[in-house]
Design a protein around this ligand. Structure first.
Ligand code: ADP
Ligand code: TYD
Length: 225
């Protein structure tokens, strides 16, 4: 989307280490004088956060799940993402539509054609550029083996409805992300999430420095504590 802002999404299976790196990256952009909108999916607005509660805690069939995810996304785009991009801000979003293709598509086995249709409906018709489909400018994909992610999560928090799925589910989700990355190599940057926090930080800031979005000095001074 040709706006003055920058839209970056963070993707990967639960426990890959995405969330740990969002605030440090927000700080790095702020150090360069940028305004940052830090947000997440499902969620990011009052309505979408209510849908998140249902999605993470209630049992439902695959179509209901997909529709709720996209309903939350539409509200989030209209209320938060598109206005922030129009103001020239940096939007850092913990998950976006690639998660739907990975979890509802590859994980649950829901029709990818239907998801593509919903993606187009939900991500077009937005005020500034109604004909363009809104997509992240860059997707940082934290790729980590499901066994490593599961080990981290076991130490970190009680599982929600998705995190409680079995290893085979996360293998499918990981493959779903790999397929999305292969289909859009110019948008995706693969981060080897199994490495140390410091090494992960270096990988992701290198990708931003290469694009001219982050100064080398700012990248070198930041990172997860
Ligand atoms: N590179 C890393 N090496 C070891 N542990 C990590 C690393 N990155 C994150 N963690 C830990 O793994 C757990 C899950 O990280 P988190 O950032 O919440 O993952 P996600 O948002 O992808 O689910 C947390 O306890 C976090 O401190
Ligand atoms: C955005 C999105 C998330 N999800 C799932 C993946 C995650 O398990 C869950 C919540 O994501 P996340 O915010 O990463 O969870 P946490 O805060 O516990 O790290 O929602 C989908 O199934 N489809 C989607 O489109």
């Amino acid at each position: 989307m040709a706006t003055r802002g920058l839209f970056i999404s963070f993707e990967g299976i639960d426990g890959a280490g995405k969330s740990s790196h969002i605030e440090p990256l927000a700080d790095a952009f702020r150090a360069q004088g940028r305004t940052v909108a830090r947000t997440r999916e499902p969620g990011g607005t009052e309505l979408a956060e209510s849908l998140r509660e249902l999605l993470l805690n209630r049992t439902m069939d695959a179509l209901t799940e997909a529709l709720l995810v996209f309903a939350a996304r539409r509200d989030h785009i209209c209320q938060v993402i598109a206005p922030a991009l129009a103001r020239g801000e940096v939007v850092l979003c913990d998950r976006f539509t690639d998660a739907t293709f990975a979890y509802q598509g590859a994980g649950r086995g829901f029709s990818l054609e239907t998801l593509s249709l919903l993606e187009r409906m939900v991500q077009t018709g937005i005020a500034v550029e109604p004909d363009l489909m809104l997509e992240p400018d860059l997707t940082l994909w934290f790729d980590v083996a499901p066994a490593v992610a599961a080990e981290r999560l076991a130490l970190a928090r009680a599982p929600d409805r998705f995190e409680a799925q079995d290893a085979a589910f996360f293998e499918r989700v990981a493959q779903g992300y790999a397929a999305r990355a292969q289909a859009a190599p110019e948008r995706f940057v693969r981060i080897d999430g199994a490495q140390s926090r410091h090494a992960v930080w270096q990988q992701l800031t290198n990708a931003l420095v290469r694009r001219g979005w982050l100064a080398i000095m700012v990248a070198a001074n930041g990172g997860p504590k």
